[in-house]
Design a protein around this ligand. Structure first.
Ligand code: URP
Ligand code: ZN
Ligand code: ZN
Ligand code: ZN
Length: 467
């Protein structure tokens, strides 16, 4: 659009730098930065001037793992592309990479077209797609080449969920070989689903039906085993590997060992694994259902390993795996059988704030916050520097963040279309104040000014950490 915008007096924080700079926006992009108070900065004029004194000016968040409207467990994730991307904007996220799904028996093409249609005209912020492959056959392998060319450059495979999304080792190897040829990135849900299903059956037969058994049967060792196997298969195929939603310290150790060998293995974790634990799954009554996701929450001891992994760069990305199901009517499907609780947690609105709190708590530096939440996911999935940074030429996806504001996370005040918040009552210092998406103000001092349909589809390049 034609509006020239000037963001004045804030601390511009990127993955690389922190500078007191004014930011000039034209035609939806960052036009220039200049040190605050200098003659150049003082000479700038604009139709809209945003005062960012005592605030951070940060790139819009890039959430590389969301599941809006995902059909799962006989129901569907409760956020639509409309409600979920609006909530993302409220939380300072301006790009999501969601998962289009190939169902068993369907072509990837059909799955992707279905997801294009779901999102088209409904999003408040920009969006892209990965593709879940549930049926790796010759047709799917051939489709991978075309999808990479089309800008869907990453493919999620599942070692879990036999009969739903599951691929066997032969299918995984073939998909990895294909990705090695076409530049695609394989994303792995690494849990040994065949073994887990045996433990599920045994737990239910013994009358262990409560939500906490979801965490007990999905053993950390079975996440570690699958992570190890995925890494070896990727080595054999000569392909890079991105392990999604790492929750177990033992699985992280496999990634750390692979990276120490110089292998192109990457790891993602999520706020739920950093801030929640099996204590939540064991909450009285059926409350634990609110915390059922896979990989599952782990005992609190695992959190220290994950924070360390984020600091040492053995984990590179924090995404939400936002996959909300209401407690009422959806999580309740598993009242008498934990295996029927739809898997997934909300979080797309809370990620930037939780990670800012982690900065205050000493887990991360400010720049690392922006790195794991904005810059690295953009690079990992071929969107950088259009997304993930504040630099001349980048899209003007910018958040004015008030690091001193106090807030309490709650379903009563959140904007996600789900009837609970897993972080209910958590106090956060720091809050999103204003959000721009391609230069348009979509959150204006905590009022939503965006619209469904502003968000554009983003074809992506390949992973920017590979040659
Ligand atoms: O429990 C989860 N994570 N649900 C979403 C699907 C997935 O495996 O990422
Ligand atoms: Zn213009
Ligand atoms: Zn998964
Ligand atoms: Zn997921």
């Amino acid at each position: 659009s034609g509006t020239r915008t000037l963001i004045r007096g804030g601390l511009v924080v990127t993955a690389a730098d922190e500078t007191h700079a004014d930011v000039l926006i034209e035609h939806g992009r960052i036009a220039a930065l200049a040190a605050h108070g200098t003659a150049v900065a003082e000479s700038w004029t604009a139709e809209r001037v945003i005062d960012a004194a005592n605030k951070y000016v940060i790139p819009g968040g890039v959430d590389a793992h969301t599941h809006m409207e995902l059909p799962f467990g006989g129901t569907a994730a409760s956020d639509t592309f409309e409600t979920g991307t609006r909530a993302a904007a409220w939380g300072g996220t301006t790009t999501i990479v969601d998962f289009a799904v190939q169902s068993v028996g369907q072509s990837p093409r059909h799955g992707l077209d279905t997801w294009y249609a779901k999102a088209d005209g409904n999003c408040a912020i920009d969006y892209a797609f990965h593709m879940i492959l549930s049926d790796v056959d010759e047709r799917s392998l051939a489709a991978m080449d075309r999808l990479v060319e089309e800008g869907v450059t990453s493919f999620k495979l599942f070692m879990a969920y036999p009969g739903v999304f599951y691929s066997d080792d032969g299918q995984i190897l073939r998909a990895m070989q294909r990705a090695s040829d076409n530049g695609g990135l394989i994303m792995m849900h690494a849990e040994n689903g065949i073994a887990i299903d045996v433990l599920v059956e045994q737990a239910l037969a013994a009358g262990r039906t409560d939500p906490r058994y979801h965490g007990e049967v999905r053993r950390a060792l079975l996440e570690a085993e699958a992570t190890h196997r995925a890494i070896q298969l990727a080595r054999v195929a000569g392909s890079p590997l991105y392990v999604v939603h790492v929750s177990a310290a033992e699985a992280l150790a496999e990634i750390t060992a692979a990276r120490a060998k110089g292998l192109p293995v990457f790891g993602e974790t999520c706020p739920q694994y950093l801030f929640l634990s099996t204590d939540n799954l064991a909450e009285p009554g059926f409350e634990g259902a609110k915390y059922v996701c896979s990989t599952p929450l782990r005992p609190g001891e695992h959190q220290a390993a994950l924070w360390r992994g984020l600091r040492t760069d053995d984990l590179q990305v924090v995404s939400t795996d936002h996959c909300p199901f209401c407690f009422s009517g959806q999580k309740e499907l598993g009242r008498n059988d934990f295996s029927k609780i739809p898997n997934g947690l909300p979080g797309v609105e809370n990620r930037m704030d939780l990670l800012h709190q982690a900065v205050l708590d000493g887990h991360l530096t400010r720049r690392r916050w922006i790195d794991i939440a904005c810059a690295t996911p953009a690079r990992m999935f071929g969107l950088y520097p259009k997304k993930g940074t504040i630099a001349p030429g980048a899209d003007a996806d910018v958040v004015i963040y008030d690091p001193h504001a106090e807030q309490t996370l709650s379903a009563a005040t959140h904007h996600m279309n789900v009837d609970y918040n897993p972080y209910e009552g958590t106090r956060i210092t720091g809050q999103v104040e204003t959000v721009l998406s391609r230069g348009e103000v979509v959150i204006d001092r905590r009022t939503y000014t965006g619209r469904a349909g502003h968000g554009q589809y983003l074809p992506r390049g390949t992973c920017q950490y590979l040659g």
